[in-house]
Design a protein around this ligand. Structure first.
Ligand SMILES: Nc1ncnc2c1ncn2[C@@H]1O[C@H](COP(=O)(O)OP(=O)(O)OP(=O)(O)O)[C@@H](O)[C@H]1O
Ligand SMILES: [Mg+2]
Length: 472
């Protein structure tokens, strides 16, 4: 059966630091992350009078409590679009960081602002990358979640961002850093699947028809191909579950324990205990999910994106099974990063030196084309791409064209161009002036709407002079 059309969105929180940022005139106090975040958002607040704004590409950019700027992509109905929109977010934040660094310099602070697309900051605080998937209301949500959790636990052998863990016997490379933090944070919690899926019921759509599945356990992805695989494979497993296929035979006895065990085992062969008493490794489980997805799709007319996801899924598993990591070491974050560290080790003839390793790991996640590694690696073919630079540049101002994001983006664009007050969230559009009604857009799949056309026309129309009377 052909994959169902689905809405996807990615929320990415960024770590923020200022290198060396010692103010020359204000004593020796370094610039805190909070302060750096305020500098970062100065222009956003000046333009939108808020640190929580919707942009003309349909995305949401905001600074929550704490100091992690967040970019939530607009709704996409294709995972390739998710990649493009997510990368556009990096570009937007990079521009803000450059401007904020210039403001810091004006205020006598040396040092640049760095934004890190990672999951743990230098103080050890964990932050997230949340995946959003639209699912139909008619299914049994608890069952869907229960049967998805073991897939989420084991997919990190492909989609983990990779990290070095310090152990008493020395540094060890593992698939995911976030998993370790999730485990530490939640090992005492009673609801064992809680940290993987946020169960808050906030569909941002017609609640009679839809739910929004909010996956919060994944690593942020730097490589576009990892983002593509992460969202694509999860969408395909959701297809399976929504078509009525049961995956209950793969439910884990203790998912929280397993999330850490899987992260730590680069062979992916450690047996995990299933609820029914059987034992399967993460590798075997992922092979099973892939086999069931392929059986489900048998004979279907697949898109290029689906084919690319399936091919990378299969090749990633082969790389783990055979230990031939070079099969995916330009596409999957953990393998790209491992190759980087291995090369460093060979060049310098020593094991992971803590300081150098930490610096290399930071640079991997630094989204700046100047200070981070990704831009150079992409240019040299060491990190594969999905989107072209032109597509990413365009997505900074152009929303996805096939979902509700187009309505929102076009409206925000018109309101900004004509300097009209407006209020927007995922489902509401309102022109701030008196007498205008709020337009409710409950269908995230709808990219045309006459009510929104009228709203855009009203936003673009010349305003009557105050008092409404014609000049005498
Ligand atoms: N109906 C939908 N189904 C799936 N995803 C959606 C839907 N509507 C919006 N999204 C996506 O969900 C994400 C929502 O991001 P947002 O940061 O606002 O999350 P939230 O969970 O609502 O709020 P917060 O992060 O403040 O707790 C966006 O990426 C958006 O594109
Ligand atoms: Mg959010």
């Amino acid at each position: 059966m052909r994959p169902a059309r689905r809405i996807y969105g990615l929320e990415t929180e960024y770590g923020i630091t200022v290198d060396g940022g010692r103010p020359s005139e204000r004593g020796a106090e370094p610039v805190s992350a909070d302060e750096a975040a305020r500098y970062l958002f100065r222009k956003v607040v000046a333009l939108g009078r808020s640190s929580n704004v919707f942009l003309r590409n349909g995305a949401r950019l905001y600074l929550d409590v704490g100091s992690h700027p967040e970019y939530a992509t607009a709704e996409c109905d294709d995972v390739r679009d998710v990649v493009v929109q997510d990368r556009a977010g990096e570009r937007i934040l990079n521009e803000l960081a450059d401007e904020a660094s210039a403001r810091l310099a004006e205020d006598g602070v040396t040092g640049r602002i760095h934004l890190l697309k990672s999951n743990v900051d230098s103080a050890g605080n964990a932050f997230g990358c949340h995946e959003n998937y639209l699912i139909r209301r008619r299914g049994d949500f608890a069952r869907t979640v229960g049967e998805l959790v073991p897939f989420l636990v084991t997919r990190q052998i492909l989609t983990g961002a990779g990290t070095v863990r310090t152990t008493p016997s020395g540094p060890v490379y593992c698939f995911s850093q976030r998993s370790e933090h999730l485990w530490e944070a939640m090992s005492s919690a009673t609801t064992r699947s809680r940290p993987m899926i946020n169960s808050r019921d906030e569909p941002h759509a017609d609640p009679e028809l839809y739910r929004r599945l909010h996956v919060i356990s994944g690593d942020s992805s730097v490589a576009e191909t990892t983002t593509l695989l992460k969202t694509g494979m999860t969408g395909l497993v959701l297809d399976l579950l929504e078509s009525g296929t049961r995956l209950g035979d793969l439910v884990l006895a203790d998912p929280m324990r397993a999330i850490r065990d899987v992260a730590r085992d680069l062979t992916a062969r450690t047996p995990l205990e299933l609820a029914d008493g059987r034992r399967l490794s993460a590798l075997e489980m992922q092979e099973e999910y892939l086999a069931r997805v392929l059986a489900h799709l048998d004979g279907a007319d697949l898109s290029d994106t689906d084919r690319r996801v399936l091919e990378l899924w299969e090749r990633g598993l082969r790389a783990v099974r055979t230990g031939e990591h070079s099969l995916v070491d330009t596409e999957l974050d953990w393998a790209i990063k491992k190759r980087l560290l291995d090369r460093y080790r060979t060049q310098h003839g020593r094991a992971f030196d803590e300081v150098r390793t930490a610096r290399l790991l930071l640079a991997y996640h630094d989204i700046s084309p100047r200070d981070g590694l990704a831009a150079t690696m992409r240019a040299r073919g060491l990190m594969a791409t999905v989107a072209t630079d032109e597509e990413v540049a365009r997505a900074v101002t152009v929303p996805p064209q096939t979902t509700r994001a187009k309505l929102r983006g076009d409206f925000v664009g018109a309101a900004q161009d004509h300097r009209r007050d407006h209020t927007v969230d995922w489902v509401h559009l309102k022109l701030g002036d008196l007498g205008q009604r709020t337009v409710l857009c409950k269908d995230p799949f709808a990219s045309t709407d006459e009510r929104v056309d009228r709203l855009i026309a009203a936003a673009s129309a010349p305003r009557a002079p105050l008092g409404g009377g014609a000049p005498a």
